[in-house]
Design a protein around this ligand. Structure first.
Ligand code: BES
Ligand code: MN
Ligand code: ZN
Length: 487
């Protein structure tokens, strides 16, 4: 989809579908000027500009737009980039089978023009995403050939620069998450990494089972041992040309299927959805793809994914097994379904070996975070306030909900084992917090670390805002903003 600023204003704009936003109780003066009588139509339909309100008028005359979409933007004082995203997504959906130009005019005043242009363009593209890969006969999708934003100043156009790279990253993440577990396997993730490395000239290392054994990654390997598929530890590196001032690591949970193991997921535990348990790795893959395309200066980014399946066979972990992670920490696996933290323990140890200034892990780690924060906010834990704040800003700028949670030290007592250094599971209350505390143990002293639990945000059953129903690609925009726009 081509992205541009319209040369024409609303009185003369002549693409296929025109979408115009109005604040609550804002008179439709400009629209009335072009289409006399339109104000009456709006009144008759009781259009008042409430947020989410929408009126579609099919204009059947020969010249000018064939369809007009009027969107309610709500209170002027509360209008922000999220309002832009919601309105742009609504416009895109209301455009229907438009395959020409979609024009969008919102009340841009008061918004930073480049950020507003980027938010609108992203929202249009991401809300029109469809996935026909698994159909015998894919339905042809008709999207607008171009998006023109009306009424923004010329400097806003630079906001478009990053949109295609970022959206391609989000779409890659969505595709990886939505693909079934017989397609996205640990080997398929390694293959995806190889494709990114090849396309953008990144450095790739894949550790096979024997390599992981040699490194003593007993926690990761324990999770994989009940599966017929080989585990893969995937390490992809982006290095800016010239001087590197920040070394960052992005670690993603990469369970391509989580049956729970012998603590099998039963009764409402959504076993049939556990293909999405590689959502954290999808976020870091999508982010790496976008970063590789955008080529930010001064930064080195290590992506690390310890990928496997959590399955059951005669070699699978027994509940009660004691294993040791690569640093020698021993773990009593009192619940085989708390497998993500075992894989992440070895992945975080490996990440810290790269001597990063900061490590961020992203994981569909706990059902408890779904209960705590629902589907619009991920949980954030960090041992470093500056890192937490910069991630918070990155999430805010990307329109992704993120909420900081506490590393309540005393809860770590819940992980005490009679025999080993730790159990992998504490009591049910505060389950997302003990999971975060478990991970923190494997981060080198003095390394800034953050953990993002995306179990609630990885998937949207009904779809909302810019997310069609299904995989959301959550996390990509936050990570990319964090890497590319240090604040
Ligand atoms: N992958 C799940 C977490 C999950 C649950 C994600 C529901 C999305 C929706 C994780 O491996 C898991 O099973 N966690 C357990 C931990 C428990 C055994 C301490 C959970 O949250 O129930
Ligand atoms: Mn599990
Ligand atoms: Zn899991």
């Amino acid at each position: 989809m081509r992205l541009s600023l319209a040369n024409d204003g609303l009185p003369t704009w002549s693409g296929e579908v025109l979408a115009v936003g109005l604040f609550k109780d804002q008179p439709a003066t400009e629209l009335e000027g072009r289409w006399p009588g339109l104000s009456n139509t709006l009144n008759r339909e009781q259009f008042s500009g409430k947020p989410g309100q929408q009126l579609v008028v099919n204009l059947l005359e020969g010249s000018g737009p064939q369809r007009l979409v009027v969107l309610g933007l709500g209170d002027a004082a509360a209008f922000n980039l999220d309002g832009v995203r919601r309105a742009a997504a609504a416009a895109a959906k209301a455009a229907g089978v438009c395959n020409g130009l979609l024009g969008l005019q919102l009340n841009w005043e008061g918004l930073e023009p480049t950020a507003a242009a980027a938010a609108a363009a992203e929202a249009v593209r991401l809300s029109l995403y469809t996935d026909q890969r698994f159909r015998k006969s894919p339905e042809p999708t008709q999207h607008p050939a171009g998006l023109e934003l009306i009424g923004l100043p010329p400097q806003a156009a630079s906001g478009f620069d990053r949109v295609n790279a970022d959206c391609a990253g989000v779409e890659l993440a969505r595709q990886l998450v939505a693909a079934p577990p017989n397609v996205v396997t640990p080997a398929a993730l390694a293959q995806t990494a190889a494709e990114i490395a090849e396309s953008y000239g990144l450095e790739l290392t894949v550790l096979e089972r024997a390599d992981c054994e040699a490194r003593g990654m007993g926690a990761f390997l324990a999770v994989s041992q009940g599966s017929d598929l080989d585990p893969k530890l995937i390490h992809l590196v982006y290095r800016a040309e010239g001087e590197v001032k920040r070394r960052l690591a992005l670690v993603g949970k990469g369970l391509t299927f989580d049956s729970g193991g012998y603590n099998l997921k039963v009764g409402g535990a959504q076993i049939d959805m556990m293909k999405f348990d590689m959502g954290g790795s999808a976020s870091v893959f999508g982010a790496m793809r976008a970063i590789a395309e955008r080529k930010p200066a001064g930064v080195e980014v290590h992506m690390i994914v310890a990928s496997c399946e959590n399955m059951i066979n005669g070699s699978a972990v027994h509940p009660g097994d004691i294993v040791s992670a690569a640093d020698g920490t021993t773990i009593e696996i009192n619940n085989t379904d708390a497998e993500g933290r075992l894989t992440l323990a070895d992945a975080l140890l490996y990440a810290c070996e790269q001597k990063p200034d900061a490590v961020v892990d992203v994981a569909t780690l706990t059902g408890a975070i779904v209960v705590a924060l629902g589907s619009e906010m991920a949980g954030l834990w960090s041992n470093d306030d500056a890192l937490a704040e910069s991630l918070d800003r990155a999430a805010e700028a990307g329109g992704e909900g993120l909420w900081r949670m506490p590393l309540r030290r005393s809860y770590k007592d819940g992980l005490k084992s009679k025999l080993a250094d730790f159990k992998n599971t504490g009591p049910r209350p505060g389950g997302s917090i003990t999971a975060a505390l478990f991970l923190e143990h494997f981060v080198s002293q003095g390394t800034a670390w953050a953990h993002v639990d995306i179990a609630g945000t990885v998937w949207s059953d009904k779809g909302q805002g810019i997310n069609p129903a299904g995989a959301t690609g959550y996390g990509v925009r936050t990570l990319v903003n964090w890497v590319c726009n240090p604040a």
